[in-house]
Design a protein around this ligand. Sequence first.
Ligand SMILES: NC(=O)c1ccc[n+]([C@@H]2O[C@H](COP(=O)([O-])OP(=O)(O)OC[C@H]3O[C@@H](n4cnc5c(N)ncnc54)[C@H](OP(=O)(O)O)[C@@H]3O)[C@@H](O)[C@H]2O)c1
Length: 399
Amino acid sequence: MRRSRRFSQANEEIKTVLITGANGFIASHLIEQLLTTTTYNVRASVRNIQDTSKVAHLVTFPNARRRLRLFEADILNEGAFDNAMKDVQVVFHAAAPYFLTSDNPYRDLVEPSETGTFNVLTSATKSEHVHTVVLTSSMRTIADRPREKEYTEDDWNNDSNLKSNPYFYSKVKAEKSAWDFYERSTRLMGVAPFRLVSINPAMVIGPSHTKRMNQSSKVLFEIIKGEIPAQVNLSFWLVDVRDVVKAHILAAQNPHASGRYICASKTLDMAEIISILKQRFPDYKYPWSLTLPNVAAKIVSTMRDPAGYVSYVKTNVGKGAYKFNNSKIRNELGLEFRAIEESLWDQAADFIRWGHMRDKLSNDWVYKAPAAIKDADVARAYGWGFNSFVDDNSDRDIG
Ligand SMILES: NC(=O)c1ccc[n+]([C@@H]2O[C@H](COP(=O)([O-])OP(=O)(O)OC[C@H]3O[C@@H](n4cnc5c(N)ncnc54)[C@H](OP(=O)(O)O)[C@@H]3O)[C@@H](O)[C@H]2O)c1
């Protein structure tokens, strides 16, 4: 591995970290873990700081008052992070559009993902202190569909494009442009500008800090609610959100972490997911237990488009199970994955907690929800003065 200038100066102490897309599903968990398990100051960017429905939960996290600072930035604005990164050692870049369908996938998915990554890396290069950038990439940069082979970090998804699985394509373009940027800067500067690590999560499940459902939650919700009429021959690679954020923190803290890391715990097909969920949540609708023939599944997906995953069904149905090798992240970062059954049950219980579905939880399952964000907590946090959470150092240059 080529070592960065700042990195080789043994400047590995971490005092302040910056996270983009702070209100998102994964980033919110990351901020909570950083505030509770480390002593770092956390600088977190959101697109609209006034939108309390998106940021209120962040300011209720333990230690937020002392160590969390929010600022407003759009990843599409060049230079928007220059000021905020001035005294930061580690950047976690998690912001990216995450949805499956769009009338204009280049404009809505590829361009923001790619340009956003470029802008964040450019600001990191200009900063005196950033020694590590952890990029939230995706297993979708590795594969578009199951194949006979076992996927590793050496694989790249060459199948997705603007017409087929454009979200996957946006992740490929963003991660490739990050590695290109890194190689080019290293060549130009004669030394790596920072250490770049990508965490490539599978489909992320688990409890959410907000009521908003993201794209992955919607897929599980469609299954438990029986919105998909019958079972389909689809394979899902899964990972718990709490493991994903642990991987991010380990990658930042471990000076030997480098390159890409598959962050996936287990592959399950739809029938297996339903069977696990039914153990604790037997009384929901679920898809009909007969598995739809593959052709019928493709036709039904085109007609109904549940959660917007038509091209996903078309390219993945009947292709067998995803096989992957996660030994790099386990051996190099020491990540131990929690049981995926627990993640599925927590996710379903979370749907009840947020009022997405009625409570028919089986009595013997005790759900350990993340600390509930109560209106009183938010009011108290705002009572401290919301402005005390706003980063004065960074909002001056925000475009
Ligand atoms: N969830 C998964 O299953 C999964 C799996 C693999 C990889 N990932 C990757 O993980 C990252 C986070 O995903 P997530 O699941 O946490 O999704 P999420 O909840 O939808 O969060 C995405 C975040 O990105 C922000 N964002 C989007 N466009 C932006 C822009 N132009 N400028 C600034 N911020 C922007 C969003 O801000 P707004 O709220 O303002 O839109 C939001 O904070 C993404 O890069 C995603 O591709 C997710």
